[in-house]
Design a protein around this ligand. Sequence first.
Ligand code: SF4
Length: 456
Amino acid sequence: MQVSQFFDSQLLNKYNTSGPRYTSYPTALEFHDDFKHDDFVQAIKDSQNRELSLYVHIPFCHTLCYYCGCNKVITRHRDKADTYLEYLAQEIALQAPLFTDYKVKQLHWGGGTPSFLTHKQITTLVTLLKEKFEFSDDLEMSIEIDPREIEMDLAEHLFSLGFNRLSLGVQDLDRKVQEAINRVQSTQFIGDFIGHAKDVGFKSINIDLIYGLPHQTLENFAKTLDKAHEWDVDRISLFSYAHLPSRFAAQRKLRDEWLPNTQEKFALMKLAIETLCNYGYDFIGMDHFAKPKDELSIAQSDGTLHRNFQGYTTKGGCDLLGLGVSSISAIGNSFSQNIKELKAYYQAIETQQHAQVKGVSLSQDDIIRGEVIRELMCNLYLDKKHISKKYNIDFDEYFSEDLPLLDTFIEDGLVENNSDNIQVAQKARLLIRIICMSFDAYMKKHINQQRFSRVI
Ligand code: SF4
């Protein structure tokens, strides 16, 4: 695979602006508190879907990584997790009866750091979930792991409970970079853990990497990429570090002069794409890499790749129930979010018997635009005739105010707007979210706000 097909520095420079990552449309910025729990319950009743993806949020982390923009609670006290699990158990017990006719196809634990939990706490939570929900035999069960604070036997423990996918936060293996971001970890241990997890039986291992971190150079990042290849992981998520110190206080510890400039960041990203493609990974969506036989690669080739709050996924057909503080649900034609602050979450569970604090019921226009954006984000292709037929519209007429926004991309050879379809060129893959903004009806409201990260 030639990196040049994905990478045109001149065009990347031209369109390197801020934009949503479109894990949902409308984005979370449109959620509002007029959406009530009754609306959520109604959305379950109205949903045509009876397959469920469960997301469980564990907010705790031992130490603060200075680049972090996640919703997390830093603590070394594991008993804090006991209290959290008690409330989470209450939320599970309250929500599960609403989903008795659903089958769970996918369970994902994210954070924070789910591996902050002890073996006993992990067992308790898995047992409870299996007791309260009906799980499918072909369940995909995944967990995010911070390799700094775990023991080797965590792999056996997770596997014995049914987890079959692991995702490790690696980010960068260079010591100077790690010290700057306050995330020092052992390369040897990570490699050993990955090898051990494979021996135990895990069939899919993902690592997260970030480019654009302080002190990253082409030379030291190449070593990180080589290790990923040496470890022979199945998937790699490659994220751009979004430096937004006005929004995330911890990022103020990362001094501007330590950060690669835009051109250096481009070069780091180019290096990563080139190296991973040369090592035989397929480039998925705008920020994932997977081995050609991985389900993500297969889904991308056959046009069934989907996108939800966890990023690119193969489980597009499921409703999504988020459990725990700050988690997001996507049920039928609605999105909703739990309260973000821990104490308020506890109080809400106690007093309201749910923790949902905001959301949105999708209008027909949201649904149509959501599908258009998702198709383009996942497949770089849109069948206009299919959308017209499905929603009983004339695509070109319906989007008559939006389509002219594609003109600049068309002039630059990034997009073709044909009578039956819209095709996005491979070299626009990294810019896909900027192209999708053309179909976002809410964008005008946010155009001058620094609410989203830049493409690179
Ligand atoms: S990057 Fe992950 S481990 Fe680090 S503070 Fe953020 S959520 Fe916690």
